[in-house]
Ligand binder design. Structure first.
Ligand code: CP
Length: 316
């Protein structure tokens, strides 16, 4: 694996999940693999899980990790070509990406979407520019359209907690006060399409994700119908994709409640976190034994460690 910026970069999901499971059994077994290598983690947006789990994964492999909040600590970067840089952008991505490549063996970048410029977001302007100009592998720590590290952890968690060979997995939209990106649901859809699961998406009318991601997936606007017999409920808010970046529904009847969970096959509750309590899901569900969100967050380390391992091995 050269870069990891999309679920599409995974060649064999079963092999990757098996690797992550092995790493979880013995996380320090490959301390030599990353010796004298440096991971640079560059954040244009906030993070708790992605930052700490990816840093921990690097340390487990014997790598050094350098973290920088580029939006607050770095020079403002210009991403457009051929512009006269007479505004507030002090440095061009062409130099910045090449310079970071002198210090780091792998560059990991978090850059959320604008949610106003659909074309720019879908081009993954920031992560694409790092891939174009860096001379080392690039990992997405969540881009404008995908969060592939989260998706690997999600697939690992489902693999660990499933009680039937082919579980029913439901991705449900849930309300949120702010406009949120599509990256987590997009990558979750992609990884579930690769997994051996019965996958259903449910959301209010008009809240379709990009059909390029959901092509071939069962979609229903009836949340109760979707929940019937489910083994996993994965809740997530996303803003409107068609009316790009807008909030056109806050219907509280979409909040995941204990009564709704009763419709399922004793389903496990999942969410990528951070989660708004009593908006996305009630306290009762989140604090119950059916919730596996902490185990899911724990798996972020092993997912990241599996990806770092694949990239380090590619360079050997
Ligand atoms: N799930 C996730 O990516 O969490 P953070 O935004 O805290 O990194």
């Amino acid at each position: 694996m050269k870069h990891f910026t999309s679920v599409d970069d995974i060649q064999d999901i079963n092999e990757l999940i098996a690797l992550a499971k092995n790493i979880k059994q013995a996380p320090f077994a490959n301390k030599k693999k990353g010796e004298n290598k440096t991971l640079g983690l560059l954040f244009f947006n906030p993070s708790l899980r992605t930052r700490l789990s990816t840093q921990k994964a690097a340390l487990n492999l014997g790598m050094d990790a350098i973290v920088m909040n580029l939006n607050t600590e770095g020079w403002a970067l210009e991403f457009e070509d051929g512009v006269v840089m007479d505004g507030n952008k002090a440095e061009h991505i062409k130099e910045a990406a090449q310079v970071v490549s002198q210090y780091c063996d792998i560059i990991a970048v978090r850059s959320f979407p604008t949610l106003t410029d659909k074309q720019k977001d879908e081009e993954e302007q920031v992560i694409s520019a790092f891939k174009k100009y860096a001379s080392v592998p690039v990992i997405s720590l969540e881009g404008a359209t995908e969060h592939p590290l989260q998706a690997v952890a999600d697939a690992l968690t489902i693999e660990e907690y499933k009680t039937v060979k082919r579980p029913k997995v439901v991705l449900t939209w849930a309300p949120h006060p702010k406009a949120l990106p599509h990256a987590v649901p997009n990558s979750f859809v992609k990884v579930m399409k690769k997994a051996d699961v019965d996958f259903v998406i449910t959301h209010p009318e008009g809240y379709e994700l990009n059909p390029e991601f959901t092509k071939g997936v069962t979609i229903t606007h009836n949340q109760d119908e979707a929940f019937a017999g489910a083994d996993f409920i994965y809740a997530k808010n996303w803003s409107n994709y068609m009316d790009y970046g807008q909030i056109t529904c806050k219907d509280p009847s979409w909040t995941v409640t204990a009564n709704k969970m009763k419709l399922t096959n004793n389903a496990k509750f999942m969410h990528c976190l951070p989660v708004r309590r009593n908006m996305i899901v009630t306290d009762e569900v989140l604090d119950s034994e059916t919730s596996i969100v902490i185990a899911q967050a724990n798996n972020r380390t092993y997912a990241a460690q599996a990806i770092l391992t694949k990239i380090l091995e590619h360079g050997e």
